[in-house]
Design a protein around this ligand. Structure first.
Ligand SMILES: *Cc1c(COP(=O)(O)O)cnc(C)c1O
Length: 465
């Protein structure tokens, strides 16, 4: 399988090349040259299968030519060995025809583990084969960083630099990153927002001599391997329900919900893909008003979604334009300059055929945590709650059975965000074993200004032998 860039100016790449590169050399994002196809019978057969086996079958269509079946099987088994639910992504009913798809059973208690654990396994195998070192520079809104550290900390031949917006992530999220003792892990607390951190990653990539000197690569959701691993749970959930569902996805960088579009393009029946955002509602405005325009970044109760530039939206725009790189490339560079993009009618119609979008305030987020707690006794985290709030805008939780099942992606364990939960229901969630003792460990991080030149010097100083 070969991969092409959304901007049309990069040579086709193998899966391993796309994996190790992250971003395509023309600044675009990689997508498969054509989407692999699954028949309804193949999808129905996923019902009751082990998650790891479904993941193997789906991923193998992308990794062909880069990894042998045995390598991929090993990688997938190793990736999910540390999950604390044997189903990996359990589906839990919270009301008639309404479900939570729990994606937080990995080592760092957020859905990022589902893909990053696979990516880490594939990365170390691909790198061992290619030889040399790689430097990962990641921007995190809170969960990617800890999941990347859990997946890559201690691996030979890789250095991991993670930038988080200082003071804008939860204490648990910070501790999960800064208490890691592995020498190849370097934390940066950036004086800025997540968008600033993501902007620095893009600036460093754009500096080709720097990027090649350090063999820089990305594990943010711009890396296609993450999308490939995230498609899997759309398939397992649908197979389990036995009919097409609407998926409500708490959305920031558009990676998780784009994996839903990928699953549809691979043959999966999906009723709707529902974008759920917090007050950072750039995507809801794009869908509803037809203008993709980034505003100021608001700090909310769901910090992992405090994003005004959704990198993966480029993939959806490329697909919605009929894979027209000649439109996508200038559109994305105009957007980078003006922070605004008017969507052509045909592109908007394509997007609306698949996606709906709802934005919710912090108040509605707290109300959703309260409503689920009252109705089911279950404590949900504020990101999941943004999804529930969106589902409640489609129809009240207690109303009669929806025509298609509604599956809300539950993206984090509530214990990662005890403060928000406490504000909503008056009690903090119980602390899971994985988090016990974090507070007593020493923290390591460097506080740095929002300045690419400074970040470059810091990276060089840490990489110096
Ligand atoms: C990253 C994250 C999201 C948003 O996912 P995207 O792929 O960036 O849209 C939602 N919830 C949680 C808990 C996250 O960590």
């Amino acid at each position: 399988m070969q991969f092409i860039s959304t901007r049309g100016q990069a040579p086709p790449a193998s899966f391993s090349d796309a994996l190790l590169a992250g971003l395509a050399p023309d600044g675009g994002l990689y997508l498969p040259q054509s989407w692999p196809q699954f028949t309804p019978a193949e999808i129905a057969a996923f019902k009751g299968a082990r998650y790891q086996d479904v993941a193997f079958q789906i991923l193998s269509r992308f990794t062909q030519g880069s990894f042998s079946d045995a390598e991929l099987r090993d990688a997938v088994e190793a990736a999910y060995a540390k999950f604390d639910a044997s189903e990996i992504a359990p589906l839990v009913e919270i009301g008639e025809g309404r479900y939570l798809l729990e994606l937080f059973h990995g080592p760092t208690l957020a859905f990022k583990d589902v893909a990053l654990q696979v990516l880490g396994q594939l990365f170390s195998r691909a790198l061992a084969r290619r030889g040399g070192r790689a430097t990962i520079v990641a921007a995190t809104s809170g969960d990617t960083g800890s999941a990347a550290i859990a997946a890559l900390g201690g691996l030979p031949n890789i250095d991991v630099f993670v930038m988080h917006p200082r003071g804008r992530i939860s204490d648990v999220q910070r501790l999960q990153m800064t208490t890691c003792a592995h020498a190849n892990v370097h934390n940066i607390a950036l004086e800025g927002s997540f968008d600033d951190a993501q902007g620095i990653v893009k600036a460093l990539f754009a500096d080709a001599p720097f990027a090649s000197t350090i063999s820089m690569t990305a594990v943010n959701s711009i890396n296609f391997a993450r999308i490939a691993a995230q498609c899997v749970y759309y398939f397992t959930a649908t197979a389990q329900l036995g009919q097409p569902a609407s998926f409500v996805v708490p959305t920031g960088n558009f990676g998780d919900i784009f994996a839903g579009e990928a699953a549809m393009r691979m043959g999966l029946g999906v009723a709707r893909l529902v974008i759920a955002t917090n007050a950072n509602d750039i995507l809801a405005r794009a869908l509803n008003d037809g203008v993709y325009a980034s505003g100021t970044n608001h700090a909310t109760l769901s910090p992992s979604m405090d994003i005004q530039v959704a990198s993966n939206f480029e993939r959806a725009l490329f697909e919605a334009s009929g894979r027209d790189a000649d439109w996508t490339a200038p559109a994305m560079s105009d957007f980078a300059r003006t922070r605004k993009l008017e969507l052509p009618a045909s592109v908007l119609a394509e997007l609306r055929a698949r996606y709906s979008a709802f934005a919710s305030s912090d108040e509605q987020t707290r109300a959703a945590i309260g409503a689920v707690y009252k109705q089911t006794g279950r404590i949900i985290d504020p990101h999941t709650a943004v999804g529930v709030a969106a589902a409640m805008k489609m129809a009240p939780l207690r109303s009669q059975k929806p025509s298609a099942p509604v599956v809300i992606l539950s993206t984090a364990h509530p214990a990662k965000f005890p403060q928000a939960v406490k504000e909503a229901i008056g009690t903090a969630p119980p602390e899971p074993a994985r988090l016990a003792g974090l507070k007593n460990l020493p923290e390591r991080m460097e506080i740095l200004a929002n300045d690419p030149a400074l970040i470059k010097r810091f990276i060089f100083s840490r990489l110096a032998p």
